[in-house]
Design a protein around this ligand. Structure first.
Ligand code: SAM
Length: 401
């Protein structure tokens, strides 16, 4: 791209929307502000912000919480399918990407009065292809599985917003995971749990049901200041407006920020040997194996590695994995283990199982609704204190024997 155009792109403020797992909007908003973006608006399902073009690179590179970063290409009132076609056709798509790039259009709607979202998807795709044919004589191919360019349309009852997805593959794909087993958390949800818990890298962290290690990996990336997007590629690298020099500078600046080691220990364990092997490979691939003390161990046989710290526990859910009867008898034993051994610690438990709350024998000081994909979960906080059960400032504390 000619440099003047790159600079023009950079001084202009663009509108972006960063979707995230439901329940993490506020932590994403905090994260974006911490990344230096002043004008952010948290709303259901994500955070909108206005910023120069290069800020979008920065957010893709550094956000632990966002699922994607969408650039707002156009916004228009509509009444009919033809209005939607026109809204898409009027945008200069050939200035933004090449006809040799494959595309995919996704439509989501809230209170849209038009009958078929599939038909709208088709019309938007037609509008983009028609625009390319009139400008270049060639049309982009559609690839619904691995498109080069994703176009998102969001419709409410009166207006349509068209977005170019700057991320490509969703941002929770950090580029480290090689194989997977059942029920790993998405990386951005794992990071969100740590942020909701108020964990900071100088606090000892323990994940005693770590599975393939998603939570400790996110913690280690945060602790070492390793940008979560450093090991992957992004859709914006294919945009005609891409400023490769600026992108290289931002990546280099990110590399220079890395710490050599995590300030406090991160402990991870699971009883499953296969999960531990996968976690080990994941940590090695991400360059954080030295930061995480990993072992194969039954949770209830573990001792606290420090007088205080933060436990983040993600037990199997009855719906997906785990025998429901075994789980029901496990919860009170988990509660006893916490009471007997973890005075001084804060314990967080993420579960989709409503029985945990009534059977764990501890009263939560917080319960935060969250979604793991479509699965509704709760993140419970239990503050384990020495001595009697105390109530202060409306928060329950839990007796530790
Ligand atoms: C929902 S998965 C955790 C997924 C993990 N957060 C991830 O992202 O990969 C629950 C894990 O608990 C482990 N687990 C179940 N019972 C256990 C026990 N008694 N002691 C230790 N680990 C156990 C399972 O092996 C499984 O890996």
């Amino acid at each position: 791209m000619p440099m003047e155009k790159a600079q023009r792109m950079d001084s202009t403020k663009h509108r972006f929307f960063a979707p995230c797992p439901r329940g993490l909007e506020q932590v994403l908003d905090n994260e974006l502000r911490a990344l230096g973006i002043p004008a952010t608006t948290a709303m259901a399902g994500g955070v909108g912000f206005q910023a120069p073009w290069a800020t979008m690179y920065w957010v893709n590179l550094w956000s632990h919480i966002a699922s994607r970063v969408l650039w707002e290409a156009g916004h228009r009132a509509y009444r009919t399918e033809e209005d939607i076609y026109r809204a898409a056709h009027d945008l200069p798509w050939p200035e933004w990407f090449l006809s040799s790039n494959s595309i995919k259009v996704r439509v989501t709607a809230h209170r849209c009065p038009l009958p078929s979202l599939d038909f709208l998807t088709l019309r938007i795709k037609d509008a983009i292809c028609d625009k390319f044919v009139s400008a270049t004589g060639k049309r982009p191919a559609v690839d619904t599985r691995h498109p080069d360019i994703r176009i998102d349309a969001f419709l409410d009852s009166k207006s349509v917003t068209l977005y170019l997805d700057t991320s490509g593959e969703p941002l929770f794909k950090r580029g480290h995971r090689i194989t997977t087993v059942e029920a790993p958390l998405r990386e951005n949800l794992a990071a969100g749990l740590l942020r909701l818990a108020g964990w900071t890298p100088d606090e000892v962290l323990m994940d005693p049901m770590c599975g393939t290690g998603t939570i400790p990996l996110e913690a280690a990336l945060m602790a070492r200041k390793i940008a979560p997007g450093l090991a992957r590629s992004f859709a914006f690298e294919r945009f005609r407006l891409h400023d490769a020099k600026r992108w290289a500078q931002l990546r280099e600046a990110a590399r220079l920020k890395q710490r050599k080691e995590s300030p406090a220990a991160i402990y991870a364990s699971d009883r499953d040997a296969e999960a531990i092997k996968i976690a080990q490979r994941l940590f090695q691939g991400a360059g954080v194996a030295i930061d995480i003390r990993l072992q194969q161990k039954e949770i209830l046989s573990l001792e606290p590695p420090a007088p205080k710290g933060l436990l983040m526990i993600n037990p199997p859910y009855g719906v997906r994995i785990g025998d429901p009867d075994e789980l029901e008898s496990f919860y009170p034993r988990l509660g006893d283990w916490l009471k007997q051994k973890f005075a001084g610690w804060r314990a967080f438990v993420l579960t989709a199982d409503p029985r945990l709350r009534d059977t764990i024998g501890l009263s939560p000081s917080r319960r935060i609704p969250l979604y793991n994909g479509a699965l509704e979960c709760r993140l419970y906080e239990f503050r384990m204190v020495q001595g009697g059960a105390r109530r202060k400032l409306g928060q329950d504390s839990v007796r530790a024997k």
